[in-house]
Design a protein around this ligand. Structure first.
Ligand SMILES: NC(=O)c1ccc[n+]([C@@H]2O[C@H](COP(=O)([O-])OP(=O)(O)OC[C@H]3O[C@@H](n4cnc5c(N)ncnc54)[C@H](O)[C@@H]3O)[C@@H](O)[C@H]2O)c1
Ligand SMILES: N[C@H](CO)Cc1c[nH]c[nH+]1
Ligand SMILES: [Zn+2]
Length: 377
């Protein structure tokens, strides 16, 4: 019998909704071997800071700076215009309270940088972090990054129970939107709580696709493919190539190799896959970009391997997976904000144009809508 992920996760979430904190404790014991307080104490932040070597603090500071520089450019201004003495437009407001899930099977402090920095740029007031503990402790690098970003509410919670706790407000105040990547359980839980809260995207197990021709360095291609498989057994790697030699060289466990007649065919195959990351390692990589419709991120040339983007380029590494790049996008500052439409209409414009609304209300049989527009003088 095949494993039904949707049903499995759905049952855990239902149990968490019904039994609240008792269920969260139970799953935490079962999946993370943890049975203590969930909220991280101030002394734990201090201890984490003491554990981090000075050189690593500098690496983290410089990385945060690069991510900040890249993301600051994404902030959009309100878009307002005046027409017939009326004001129309869209204004942006930060989401008030968010949750960031930080993966903890292999703890990924870089993922907290990727979600925390744009959240701060957007002006989010309340940020909650959850991460599965290991032997009762949170990874010190994650706590140090949280501290640098001014995040004080960190919970030792992982997996489905972390998503349930944030979405339903169990053991903490409910959040408005959940961000951050995770394994298949986390990803499915995020999908299922959508509606109770917002979610950033379906950022599940990592993936890489590489389009390469005979000009590509074989070792670079193979190293990049293997880099994303390192994330875990659910990760995927595809090579799409016109080079028979490269195809043979990269024919390793976990790598799906597709030999194509042309680079155009490679691009078409990528559009069907919609991978999280796409590397293009061809003589003229820019030429192919126009042909790519579905990919979370595109990296061109020998010096833009996915791991560089994972860590230090400054681009965001929280990306849609599992085909979700057909409709979803890379995480940006604007994901932490809401759009609100705004209108302030002049008497002149209203009286001149209201016949449109009155007739549409008649067509729809909406008497009270019609009246609201008709009674104004
Ligand atoms: N798409 C992206 O943007 C992106 C970015 C970074 C990482 N990732 C992915 O995030 C994932 C991180 O996975 P991870 O496992 O290291 O950490 P994780 O925190 O996502 O998952 C670990 C937790 O899953 C839960 N769990 C494990 N087995 C379970 C089971 N059988 N039933 C119920 N719950 C269970 C446990 O609570 C455990 O603590 C990787 O797949 C990685 O590729 C994706
Ligand atoms: N490759 C991941 C995104 O799929 C991001 C990451 C974090 N650390 C290492 N890699
Ligand atoms: Zn990675």
């Amino acid at each position: 019998m095949t494993f039904d992920l949707e049903k499995y996760v759905g049952e855990v979430l239902k149990d968490i909704r019904e039994r609240g904190i008792e269920a969260v404790r139970e799953y935490s014991r079962k999946f993370d071997g943890y049975d203590g307080e969930f909220l991280v104490r101030e002394e734990e932040f201090e201890e984490a800071e003491r554990l981090i070597p000075e050189e690593d603090k500098q690496v983290i500071a410089r990385t945060i700076e690069r991510v900040r520089k890249y993301h600051e450019k994404q902030l959009e201004n309100d878009k307002l215009y005046i027409k017939n003495a009326s004001l129309y437009g869209i204004i942006y407001k930060p989401i008030r309270r968010i949750g960031i899930y930080v993966p903890g099977g292999k703890p990924l402090p870089s993922s907290l940088i990727m979600a925390g920095v744009p959240a701060k740029i957007a002006g989010v007031r309340e940020i909650v972090v959850t991460i599965p503990p290991k032997e009762g402790k949170v990874n010190p690098y994650v706590l140090y990054v949280a501290k640098l970003l001014g995040i004080k509410e960190v919970y030792k919670l992982g997996g489905i129970q972390a998503i349930g706790a944030m979405a339903y407000g169990i053991g903490m105040k409910k959040v408005d939107k959940i961000f951050g990547p995770g394994n298949k359980f986390v990803n499915e839980a995020k999908r299922q709580v959508f509606g109770a809260v917002g979610i950033d995207s379906l950022a599940g197990p990592s993936e890489i696709a590489v389009i390469a021709d005979e000009s590509a360095n074989k070792d670079y291609v193979l190293a990049d493919l293997l880099s994303q498989l390192e994330h875990g057994k659910d990760s995927k790697a595809w090579l799409l190539t016109t080079s028979k030699e490269l195809a043979e060289y990269c024919n390793k466990e976990g790598v799906e190799v597709v030999l194509c007649e042309s680079l155009e065919e490679c691009a078409e195959k990528v559009n069907e896959i919609a991978p999280e990351h796409l590397e293009i390692l061809t003589k003229e990589p820019l030429k192919l970009v126009d042909l790519i419709e579905n990919a979370g991120a595109i990296y061109l040339g020998e010096y833009t391997p996915v791991p560089a983007a994972d860590y230090f380029l400054g681009v965001n590494h929280v990306l849609p997976t599992g085909g979700a790049a057909k409709f979803g996008s890379v995480l940006t500052v604007m994901d932490f904000m809401k759009r609100i439409s705004l209108a302030y209409v002049s008497r002149e414009e209203f009286l001149q144009e209201r016949y449109l609304g009155i007739r549409l209300a008649e067509i729809e049989g909406m008497e009270q809508h019609k009246r609201s527009m008709e009674i104004r003088r």
